[in-house]
Design a binder for this molecule. Structure first.
Ligand code: AMP
Ligand code: MG
Length: 400
């Protein structure tokens, strides 16, 4: 039992071992999606830059609203009005700056205007429908911090403070290799009875592209020591980090462990998780190396749990792990497992709860269980599950 390593412990060892070593570059904002900020971005302006109207309506002083008011100016967005004289109102539109002397905007639906005179049909409150200067961003504040992976609204936020370029880290260069004599590439004809198409290459490459990292693909590596060693050496030479699939069990055809040990150092763990038991972590020279198992679903799960946080740390990101949410089990687990299980589940909202239904085939070779699921539901070790029990889940979309 004790030879199984908990996933949290393994991740702790990995994250404790690797340190980012990154170069920065400045990129135009439109090319910054998914990149990691290399320094804090501080705003030199208030956003909005002035008190402005949240509505189409009339700007006025609340004390004046008992009687009809002459409409003495018109302030569309993009125009700065004149100071408002007491006893008058300004026609104003959404986004236009509030003229001095006005302390509220009454929306046009609550006003009647005829012959240049507006009657207010409601009780106005001071500050109503005014978006105060700096309510979004205060001048001098940190808008986004160093280590932030830039999401689409982040780009908009940076634009809103006038940022045209951002300082980000160069994309991490990750070498991938797929070990196995049984593998052939899609496009290379029909597999014979002993062959399978190399699917891990595509899963890994897609996951890395989703992280906006640079993929160096070494393709299929045959199951022999010389080919394994030369691929590992080449990978470590050109990349910041190496990720392999397959060949880390302790069968005689599993050469990755031995060759990494020869070129550097390596820990081989039996993780207490299902799917995905064997996992190797080490260094080829100074280059971090992760050896994932071969089974396609195990590759996906171990990548997401161990390799992804490690790569994000190496990429300079300060967020490493995907957030955990919760859902109600729409399935039972009658026999406890000593390994923590990551079941592929579909989510459905019903009766005020999110329900997780487990995919019919949870075998580690069944990759369709990942494609046809929304989340991984975590069943802790030595635990049974009854319908309705609350489980932690990892949304797959949050891992891409
Ligand atoms: P291994 O860890 O090398 O013993 O592989 C375990 C299982 O995963 C075997 O059934 C392999 O055929 C399969 N496998 C390994 N690598 C790949 C790959 N790149 N694509 C699809 N299946 C794979
Ligand atoms: Mg193999």
């Amino acid at each position: 039992l004790s030879d199984l390593l908990k996933v949290g412990v393994a991740l702790g060892k990995v994250l404790g071992s690797v340190e980012p070593d990154l170069t920065t570059e400045s990129v135009p904002l439109l090319q910054a999606l998914g990149r990691v900020l290399a320094k804090d971005v501080v705003s030199s302006i208030d956003v909005p830059g002035s008190d402005n109207s949240a509505m189409d309506g009339y700007a006025l002083a609340v004390v004046d609203t008992n009687e009809p008011l002459p409409v003495v100016q018109r302030i569309p967005a993009g125009t700065a009005g004149q100071p408002l004289q007491p006893g008058t109102a300004a026609r104003i539109f959404t986004g236009a700056p509030i003229p001095s002397g006005a302390d509220a905007v009454v929306m046009q639906e609550n006003c009647t205007e005829a012959d240049g005179i507006v009657t207010i049909n409601t009780s106005a409150k001071v500050g109503a429908n005014i978006r105060p200067r700096g309510q979004d961003i205060a001048r001098g504040s940190v808008v986004l911090g160093k280590g932030r992976r830039l999401r689409p609204p982040d780009l908009g936020l940076l634009a809103s403070i006038g940022c045209a370029e951002v300082e980000v880290y160069l994309p991490l260069r990750v070498a991938i290799m797929s070990t196995g004599d049984e593998l052939i590439e899609p496009g290379a004809g029909e597999p014979n009875a002993a062959q399978v198409y190399n699917s891990n290459r595509y899963t890994l490459s897609g996951l890395l592209q989703g992280l906006h990292m640079e993929v160096v693909d070494l393709g299929i590596v045959p199951d022999n020591p010389a080919a394994t060693a030369s691929a590992l050496r080449k990978a470590a030479d050109i990349a910041d980090c190496v990720v392999s699939s397959g060949g880390v069990s302790v069968g005689e055809e599993d050469h990755v462990k031995r060759e990494v040990e020869r070129l550097g150092r390596l820990d081989l763990w039996k993780l207490a998780i299902k799917p995905g038991k064997p996992l190797a972590f080490g260094y080829i020279g100074d280059t971090p190396f992760v050896g994932l198992p071969g089974n396609p679903t195990s590759v996906f799960v171990t990548f997401c749990l161990i390799a992804r946080p490690m790569l994000l740390k190496l990429q300079g990101s300060l967020e490493h792990e995907a957030p955990r949410l919760q859902a109600a089990a729409d399935f039972q687990v009658d026999r406890p497992n000593r390994r923590q299980e990551y079941l592929r589940v579909s989510l459905e909202h019903r009766d005020g709860r999110v329900w997780a239904a487990s995919h019919a085939n949870q075998s580690s070779g069944v990759l369709s269980s990942v494609s046809h699921s929304d989340a991984l539901a975590i069943v802790p070790p030595d635990t049974t599950v009854a319908i309705g029990d609350t489980l932690d889940i990892l949304l797959l979309d949050a891992l891409y």
